[in-house]
Design a binder for this molecule. Structure first.
Ligand code: MN
Length: 348
């Protein structure tokens, strides 16, 4: 890690993954006993949990550590702090009762681990959208009693998206608590995955971005942000491609509304791109690529773009060097690495 000056910036990595060992054990059971009807889950977790390569084994070992090994990896790459969320798909793969119960257990476990490193590790709360009222209550408990910094939702839950009003208790709670909801990708749902899967495009390579970008647009056009104007949503991977689409989304959304093409597409108070610039922050997880970062800073605002590594899935130390070399000033790097995250996640 010779090229990284660990002291030069206080780097906060904002989309870092963790997996409770109990959840890994349950995932193995779901797959080996063929108990889950979700081809994306089988593809992704079947790979990570049953592939014998040192790469996947290393990721799965690191996922389960929220202690010394993680801190050592952070020190080796000059990462001062991590915002940690339960890895995709978290508890959302389970049935409602199991997911609800486990969200509480896993939040207790992660909060306790992070308490041992109070200036290094900051947890997000796992919630089970399957029971929206409980999910809202658990978010409140996690924030007010466990000191967690927001919620993580691993995108769709058994093919359902949070733009459905039955989930909006979750957004009401997040807005009232003034904490962000991090919408992290997962594999496309069963209804969508077939043309991704046979060419190996279902996961982080591309399918994640399509699935989560769709989730973002569903939220915007549903009117969630008119109902909850102060709701803060964080997404990774530089906005899952959506920043590149904003002109065309604005143009055709306006036309669709004006011509009343769809009964469920109603006028909104703002344009889609205005919600992106008001209600969303994006992180650079998995996209340590200067042209894309500069573009997203340009179209969303430099105050809306934060650093993330995507540890341990994309634990590539050279990426930190590439981020240190971004063609922006040191003050702008402090904003990108540190102060945006400190503000959005309200770090001490
Ligand atoms: Mn990630």
């Amino acid at each position: 890690m010779s090229g990284i000056d660990a002291q030069r910036f206080r780097r906060i990595a904002t989309e870092e993954a963790w997996a409770p060992s109990d959840m890994i054990r349950r995932y193995r059971g779901l797959i080996s006993e063929n108990k889950v009807d979700d081809p994306g889950f089988r593809s992704l977790m079947g790979y990570f949990l049953f592939n014998e390569s040192p790469v996947t084994k290393g990721v799965v070992e690191r996922l389960q550590d929220a202690g010394e090994r993680r801190i050592a990896d952070m020190d080796a790459t000059g990462i001062a702090k991590q915002i940690i969320g339960i890895t995709s798909p978290g508890v959302q793969i389970f049935d409602a009762d199991t997911a609800t119960r486990l969200s509480v257990e896993y939040n207790d476990e992660l909060a306790e681990a992070c308490r041992r490193y109070p200036d290094r590790l900051y947890p997000l709360a796992a919630i089970a959208p399957q029971d929206p009222k409980h999910a809202a209550a658990e978010l409140e408990r996690a924030v007010t009693r466990l000191g967690m910094k927001g919620a993580i939702v691993n995108s769709h839950t058994h093919g359902e998206y949070l733009d459905d009003e039955r989930f909006w208790d979750i957004f009401a709670a997040a807005e009232a608590l003034d904490v962000p909801v991090y919408i992290h990708p997962q594999t496309p749902p069963k209804s969508m995955i077939a043309p991704f899967l046979d060419r190996g495009l279902d996961s982080a390579v591309y399918g994640f971005g399509v699935e989560t970008g769709l989730h973002m647009l569903r939220l915007i056009v549903s009117g969630v942000f008119d109902r909850f104007p102060k709701l803060s949503v964080v997404v990774g991977h530089l906005g899952e491609g959506i920043p590149f689409w904003l002109y065309r989304v604005d143009f055709f959304h306006a036309r669709i509304v004006k011509t009343k093409r769809y009964e469920k597409v109603k006028p909104l108070e703002l344009t889609p791109s205005e919600y992106m610039r008001r209600n969303f922050h994006v992180t650079s997880s998995g996209m340590p690529w200067a042209p894309a970062i500069l573009y997203v800073r340009q179209v969303l605002g430099a105050d809306r773009v934060m650093y993330a590594m995507d540890y341990p899935y994309q634990y590539v130390p050279e990426e930190v060097e590439a981020m240190d070399a971004l063609p922006i000033s040191d003050d702008e790097k402090v904003e990108f690495y540190e102060t945006n995250a400190t503000r959005v996640f309200k770090l001490g």
